[in-house]
Design a protein around this ligand. Structure first.
Ligand code: ADP
Ligand code: RBF
Ligand code: MG
Length: 439
């Protein structure tokens, strides 16, 4: 029985795995090929998470790829924040109010098309060209402030260090792309080349930009993996005949991306091994170390369901004043250390996001302190240092399965926090001082 085929490394080694469950034998056949002469079977992979788990979880074929094409705005850069900030101010001057729910009308479009959408949506009495010429200099002043999306630097460094050809293909004009990425060290040199929207006749959703990228890479489109945050970009990639991973930049949009081969929550969730590329090596015992971040304030009332519905109390913090910090961090399950002003420092595991099982409308922080307390501590100051990531938030078929998963998260966090890598943050200076409150 043929169980799976996996190309290991970007080089030309192919593993064909035959498993004979009756006898318990596993036969591995290793081939070395020239990429150009790989027959079809070598170009597919059964999800690889290490060979063993690959075989057990293997129920979906994925294509093997040899190169990665990245979108810029929304995918590598958190451009949406800047765009909404600029338009909010600009629209007020025209007597209009920015509506965040319409952001999807702009995302992934060429500058002209985005401007035309704004003119139409807000019934402005100017042309798209006029809007563009008025806003372009304002945007240009902001490029230096655009932050990299979480996981963007890690992804670029990893692809580069593993010799995976990497291309940047964006609907923005090339000059704008160059300016935007100049603020991010090491990015420009990591790309084999960059293609701007002004170098093709039609921007995304036309597949032209991706077809051109494959041509310049001298790769078949089916060997290219596109990573995109927007619907026009996903459509373009699929139309070009490429594999596409969608990483929606706007919240609660994943159901729109049905044409993508995979939808992930953030770049932290990208698993290159699923596409035949080498796996990231920075996961430690089911956790991904992150640059620590800090949040604190008095414990407030939450949805009133943590203890009651799940039997898992979560000490909620007000998100007021933390909206920028929260939008910087993808929703998901994280862990770290928690300090209660009068009681001490405890291990903590938490979710950030919209709790898909309950479909909240607000992004909340739900820290579960891994300690049995005799009493509630509403109003008490809680300080958190968040040091690692576990998984994206998910929906579950039942409350029992959600609860079981949260207990699994707890176990992962409890163990991980004993590792020196995470344990050291228990002594973080942030947890040594009380919060300063302005009166
Ligand atoms: P709410 O919806 O108001 O947050 P929960 O049912 O989630 O209510 O319970 C959270 C409250 O329970 C916290 O605000 C805190 O006062 C208390 N609590 C007791 N033990 C814990 C714990 N181990 N972790 C978090 N909160 C706890
Ligand atoms: N809610 C979800 O809908 N999906 C999740 O994947 C999820 N993961 C969680 C993981 C942890 C460690 C914790 C503490 C909570 C998680 N929750 C999740 C949130 C849970 O639904 C929340 O605590 C309740 O909604 C309480 O308001
Ligand atoms: Mg709670």
């Amino acid at each position: 029985m043929l169980c799976g085929a996996a190309r290991v490394r970007v080089s030309n080694v192919v593993l064909i795995v035959f498993e004979f469950p009756e006898s318990g034998f596993v036969v591995l056949i290793v081939f070395e090929f020239q990429m150009s002469v790989l027959p079809n079977i070598e170009r597919y992979i059964l999800c690889t998470q290490g060979l063993r788990s690959e075989l057990s979880m293997a129920n979906s074929f994925r294509k093997l790829v040899s190169c990665v094409i990245l979108d810029l705005d929304g995918t590598l850069l958190n451009t949406d924040c800047i765009v909404s900030d600029v338009l909010r101010v600009y629209l007020v001057k025209h007597g209009k109010q920015w509506d965040g729910r319409r952001a999807h009308r702009i995302v992934g479009k060429t500058p002209y098309e985005a401007a035309a959408a704004v003119v139409e949506d807000y019934e402005l009495s100017i042309s798209a060209d006029e809007l563009l010429s008025e806003t372009s200099p304002i945007f240009a002043d902001q490029w230096c402030k655009i932050k990299a999306q979480p996981g963007a630097n890690r992804l670029i460094e990893y692809l580069k260090s593993n010799g995976v050809p990497l291309v940047l293909a964006s609907n923005s004009p090339k000059a704008n792309i160059e300016e935007k990425i100049s603020h991010h060290q090491g990015w420009k040199e990591s790309f084999s080349f960059i293609i701007g929207g002004d170098e093709v006749k039609s921007g995304k959703p036309s597949p032209e930009i991706y077809i051109e990228a494959a041509k310049r890479l001298k790769m078949d489109p089916s060997s290219c993996l596109v990573i995109e945050d927007s619907l026009p970009g996903v459509i373009a990639g699929k139309e070009a005949g490429m594999e596409v991973v969608a990483v929606p930049s706007l919240p609660k949009q994943s159901q729109l991306f049905t044409s993508a081969d995979e939808v992930i929550n953030s770049l932290l969730d990208f698993r290159p091994e699923k596409w035949g590329l080498p796996a990231f090596e920075d996961w430690v015992e089911g956790t991904l170390p992150i640059e620590p971040w800090y949040i604190g304030g008095p414990v407030i009332k939450g949805f009133g369901r943590g203890s009651k519905v799940l039997g898992i109390p979560t000490a909620n913090l007000s998100t007021e004043g933390y909206s920028a910090l929260l939008s910087d961090h993808p929703s998901g399950v994280y862990f770290g250390w928690a300090r209660l002003a009068t009681q001490g420092v405890y291990k903590m595991v938490m979710s950030i996001g919209w709790n898909p099982y309950f479909n909240n409308t607000e992004k909340t922080i739900e820290p579960w302190l891994l300690h049995d307390f005799n009493e509630d501590f509403y109003g008490e100051d809680l300080q958190l240092v968040i040091v690692g990531y576990i998984r994206p938030e998910a929906n579950f078929p039942s409350l029992e399965t959600l609860i079981a998963k949260i207990y699994e998260d707890r176990e992962i966090a409890e163990k991980a926090l004993d590792l020196p890598l995470y344990l050291k943050y228990k002594e973080d200076t942030y947890l040594k001082k009380s919060l300063q409150h302005s009166c």
